[in-house]
Design a protein around this ligand. Structure first.
Ligand code: XLS
Ligand code: NI
Ligand code: NI
Length: 451
């Protein structure tokens, strides 16, 4: 049970003991349950491939969407009901929200969370004031983590809301802005470290351009490389051992974001000699905006041994922007979990619901429906993916399709022992037969057997 009154003395006193009185701890009730606030498939301690579901997923909740997203859109203000929030920028209000959030984590059984510095604490008149507000809220989070055992998956800095960042942060044309961003990231890494954060994410924010007509692209990219090197140096200096992530996104807010997709990020990291220090945090909706499937970006990252974490959400096929919907598509969840199981599971990171409710779902209880649905969707994806792997036919087909590479000329090429002259000699006496069918439809039908 959540008992926010059992605090040690650092905690602020709260008049209310429960912020979500209509919700009790969400339990696993099995597939037959008709209770909308019960898990039908996510059973935290159930073993799949010898590992508990809890460990497979390492579910995280996004502080920004849960606690700070008013659910506005360009045509109207926010609708989200937050009866605990007095709407002010006070430190007390910010501290109080942390208790609301931890009650939510406790009741959903989500073990991890993620935040931006400016979601958890207000940005005040000066950097020094903002920093001390952040410290005061981090005190609160530290106590709540100790009390509940919840953990910080990753922290990050918000380098995109304030007007100073209108033209980017590390890629701003203005060095004063670059410096301010550096100061903000320094502090954000420090508090992440203090909270035992397991990672730190760099999402580009406004690192990109609206038009090339006024942009020195090469200079901006070089500066971004410098900025990330400074972060790596500082991480070492303070002994922060969490994983650094880059989160690709192709557009929005800018027309072109430099971290446009997994391949572009990997290339950037390689070009600026940063590949050893970063992994990727792949977000479903971002991959779609890049014109890929999430499976594609996950496979690209995983092939480079750089798949670090996942921001789980969904887009809308009919809308071309980052709608950040909750994942409910079992096919997609199955594909994601197949990539993850094939790479041996998360070694860092987890599955962070970077997702928000629709503007119409404005009641506090909708937060629970949304996350319960996302967790159940991934549980079904995990079970289906494990069944596909246990069945083995899919893998066997692909292995057979590439079987030629295991022998003869194929094996010689893969050993790096061939050259064009040899290939010519081989081809002159071996006309290739047309390859056998790719059987796409048969395999799609096979996949369906498991959904
Ligand atoms: C925005 C990003 C953002 C990052 C964290 O589209 O998804 O929420 O995950 O800065
Ligand atoms: Ni994200
Ligand atoms: Ni996003």
């Amino acid at each position: 049970m959540f008992s926010p009154n059992i605090h040690d003395t650092n905690f602020i006193a709260l008049e209310m003991s429960e912020f979500f009185p209509e919700v009790t701890s969400i339990k696993y009730e099995g597939p037959e349950s008709k209770n909308p606030l019960a898990f039908k498939h996510y059973n935290a301690d159930e073993l799949v491939e010898g590992k508990s579901m809890r460990e497979h997923f390492r579910f995280g909740a996004a502080y920004w969407h849960c606690m700070r997203n008013p659910l506005g859109d360009p045509f109207g203000p926010g609708t989200a009901q937050m009866p605990w929030d007095d709407g002010s920028d006070s430190v007390e209000n910010a501290q109080k929200r942390t208790h609301v959030f931890f009650e939510f984590l406790e009741k959903t059984g989500i073990d991890y969370y993620c935040f931006h510095d400016r979601d958890i604490a207000p940005e005040l008149g000066t950097l020094a004031e903002s920093n001390s507000a952040l410290d005061a809220v981090v005190d609160e989070l530290e106590g709540l983590q100790q009390q509940t055992g919840k953990k910080l998956l990753w922290g990050t800095a918000c380098l995109f809301v304030h007007p100073r960042y209108a033209m980017g942060a590390a890629t701003s044309p203005c060095p004063e802005v670059f410096a301010y961003a550096g100061a903000q990231v320094k502090k954000a890494i420090e508090v992440t470290h203090r909270l035992g954060g397991e990672g730190y994410t760099f999402w580009g924010g406004r690192e990109g351009y609206s038009s090339l007509i006024n942009t020195d692209l090469k200079r901006e990219l070089d500066n971004l490389g410098r900025f990330l090197h400074m972060a790596v140096d500082y991480k070492k200096e303070i002994g922060f051992e969490g994983q650094f992530y880059i989160e690709p996104k192709p557009k929005e807010p800018t027309k072109h974001q430099y971290d446009s997709d997994a391949a572009a990020c990997l290339n950037f990291l390689r070009e600026y000699d940063l590949l050893d220090h970063f992994k990727l945090n792949i977000e479903t909706n971002h991959a779609i905006l890049a014109g890929h499937t999430v499976e594609h970006d996950l496979k690209v990252a995983s092939a480079a041994e750089a798949l670090g974490s996942i921001d789980a959400n969904a887009g809308d096929e009919l809308l071309g922007w980052d709608t950040d919907q909750f994942p409910t598509n079992i096919y997609d969840a199955t594909r994601i979990m197949l990539v993850l199981l094939d790479m041996g599971g998360f070694t860092t990171g987890g599955l962070n619901f970077d997702a928000k409710r629709r503007r119409e779902s404005h009641e506090p209880v909708d937060l629970f429906h949304a996350h319960v649905g996302g967790m159940d969707t991934f549980a079904r994806g995990l079970k289906a993916a494990a069944a596909i792997r246990a069945d083995g036919r899919m893998k066997e087909f692909v292995a057979k399709r590439y079987g030629g590479w295991d022998e003869g000329v194929g094996a010689k090429i893969e050993r790096g022992e061939s050259n064009l002259t040899e290939l010519e000699a081989h081809a002159l006496s071996n006309e290739p037969k047309p390859p056998s069918s790719g059987r796409q439809e048969m395999l799609e039908n096979l996949f369906n057997e498991f959904i």
